[in-house]
Structures are given as C-alpha cells and as structure tokens.
Design a protein around this ligand. Structure first.
Ligand code: G3P
Length: 210
C-alpha cells in the first residue's frame, strides 16, 4: 500500500498547475523571471488573480492528497511508522521533477507548504511562513528598500527550511517527521543550488576567503 500511496502522492505533486495556467494565458513561465514554472512567475506574467490561483492549486496538490492518505490527523493515521516518509515527500519530488515537464519541475515551495500543512495541521507551515516573512523584512531593511536579488531570496528559503528543522526538533516531533523535513530541506537546497553556489563563490572571492 505504501508504494501505491507514494505513487498517488507523486502524481498529485507532479501536476504543474501554475505552469499550465500560464500556458492557458499564452505565457511560457520558462521564459519569465528566473524561469521557474511556479506561482511567482505566473503572478509576474499574468497578474495576481492567476498568480493566486497558482499558489492555491500548487498548495492543495500537496495538502489534499496527504490529507486524504493520512486522514487529516497524523496522530490517528492508518499509515504506520516510517512509511509516512516516502509518501509525505512524494508531492514535493513530484513537483520538483515533474514528468509533465520532462523531469524539470519547479522549486517546490508552494507544495512544501501544502505538505507541512497536512503533516502538522498547519503548525509547521505557519512557522515557516513567519520565518520567511521575518527574513524578507530583514533583507528589505538591509537592502534599504531595493528589490532583493534572486540569490538572496534562494538563500533565505534554504535558511528558512533549516530553521524549520530546528523548530520541529525542539517541538518534539517524532523521528519520521524529522526525516521528512531532512528530505524536504535537501530537495529545496538542491533546487536552489545555483543561488547557494553564488554566495559560496562570493565568499571564496572575498579577501580572506578560503
Ligand atoms: O517553488 P514553486 O515552484 O512552487 O514556485 C513558487 C514560487 O514561484 C516561489 O518562488
């Protein structure tokens, strides 16, 4: 059953709603902004109505499938022990490596919120949203109101996910949930590898850098 549920969750995550909404509005998100087939670029290309629809649908494809499989309550779920790990990670991997885009999916931020909403009844998603909002406000202050770079945004997302892991650990979440977080964190870092590499290179290029 675990394999079947994992396959269903992967298929749900691989549905590229933002990308398809963009195509319906004659926008190819591969050529918008950073080329990510996600809701932010849909918003930029087609406006806030479609952008919001993209965010909601990309969120729901993680939330609803896991809610259905886990029964919207992880304390009394029919899925036992570590079986939740592949199932919970499947929507995120589905979006990141969608077969509908020949394996080149998106950065998986919106679906990550859906997954953590289903796993923790919104608690971890709220924590992540607050972490990212505080990070964005701090970055805006540092940039003195100028728009932040895509590299800085990517660093913030990866760092936010790292802080979410600390939050889950301190919150006493069980090992299986912490493994889900580790997989999600690794994937988000991988999908932002160019942005992270930019900062690593910059540090090495600085006088005194190794
Ligand atoms: O991470 P995605 O692919 O869900 O896209 C969402 C937003 O565009 C984040 O930048």
């Amino acid at each position: 059953m675990t394999i079947l549920w994992t396959a269903c969750a992967f298929l749900s995550g691989s549905l590229m709603f933002s990308y398809w909404l963009g195509r319906m509005g004659r926008h190819n998100l591969k050529y918008v902004g950073d080329g990510n087939p996600g809701a932010l670029n849909l918003w930029k290309a087609a406006g806030y109505q479609l952008g919001l629809a993209g965010i909601i649908l990309d969120f729901l494809k993680g939330y609803l499938i896991l809610g259905w499989i886990f029964g919207f309550n992880l304390e009394h779920t029919r899925v036992q022990g570590y079986a939740i790990i592949p199932i919970a990670l499947a929507p995120v991997f589905g979006h990141a490596f969608s077969p509908f885009l020949k394996g080149k999916g998106g950065k998986a931020i919106a679906v990550t919120f859906g997954v953590w909403s289903a796993l923790t009844r919104f608690e971890a998603s709220l924590a992540l949203a607050i972490i990212l909002a505080v990070g964005m406000a701090a970055a805006k202050l540092l940039a003195r109101g100028r728009p932040t770079s895509p590299e800085a945004d990517g660093l913030q997302v990866a760092f936010g996910m790292l802080l979410l892991g600390i939050y889950l650990y301190l919150g006493g979440y069980r090992n299986a949930i912490l493994w889900v977080w580790l997989g999600n964190f690794a994937l988000i870092s991988f999908k932002h590898r160019k942005e992270l590499a930019f900062f690593l290179k910059k540090k090495h290029a600085e006088p005194g850098g190794e």
